[in-house]
Design a protein around this ligand. Structure first.
Ligand SMILES: C[S@@+](CC[C@H](N)C(=O)[O-])C[C@H]1O[C@@H](n2cnc3c(N)ncnc32)[C@H](O)[C@@H]1O
Length: 174
């Protein structure tokens, strides 16, 4: 019986510990996990103007909620998530969607050149470094929606509540 209790505690606490350690790591590499509410997900999806030909990336995909909202509208959805607990949890939640792929990777290491549409909910002080990466890698006319945070030296083409729509690459005027 005691062994069973220990096994149960192990099953519960090890994922919690890994989640917390990777949340700290995610803060260093990017942003903490703060999921978007349903209505904010809908505003992101509307502002992104998704098309059936799109390859949609969510950078820091959390539990995959943006991927699931986008999947019926686009050709392919790719989530990039650094936290292994969120990666496995999102894979479980997204298992019914054939056009969703989730990668457990650091977004700074991912080649984004196949994307035609990108969403992100990141962090203020890393936005300009991310914009530089997007500007170097993205194909012409790639749409990027950002929740809450702007790319300061870059022009957005639309603002919908707290969501900014950018088209990359842009001529640099930093
Ligand atoms: C603010 S949450 C957004 C989650 C999800 N996109 C949503 O809207 O509900 C940021 C997510 O990015 C992930 N993340 C942070 N830094 C990352 C990095 N360098 N590479 C990949 N994922 C990262 C975090 O683990 C977290 O899940």
């Amino acid at each position: 019986m005691i062994l069973l209790i220990f096994f149960f505690l192990f099953l519960v606490f090890v994922p919690i510990l890994i989640f917390m350690l990777y949340t700290l790591y995610a803060i260093v590499r990017g942003a903490p996990y703060v999921p978007l509410s349903k209505d904010k997900v809908m505003i992101m999806i509307q502002t992104a103007g998704l098309q059936s030909t799109d390859t949609f990336f969510d950078l820091g995909s959390g539990d995959g909620r943006l991927l699931r909202a986008a999947a019926p509208l686009v050709k392919q959805c790719i989530g990039i998530e650094i936290n292994p607990v969120l990666y496995y949890w999102s894979r479980l939640l997204c298992r019914r969607y054939k056009n969703i792929t989730i990668k457990r990777q650091d977004l700074w290491m991912v080649d984004l050149s196949t994307a035609t549409s990108i969403s992100l909910y990141f962090i203020a002080h890393k936005m300009d470094a991310l914009a530089t990466k997007l500007n170097q890698e993205l194909k012409p006319e790639t749409r990027v929606v950002s929740y809450g945070f702007q790319f300061h030296s870059w022009h957005y083409t639309q603002k919908n509540k707290n969501v900014y729509l950018y088209v990359f690459p842009q001529r640099i005027n930093q």
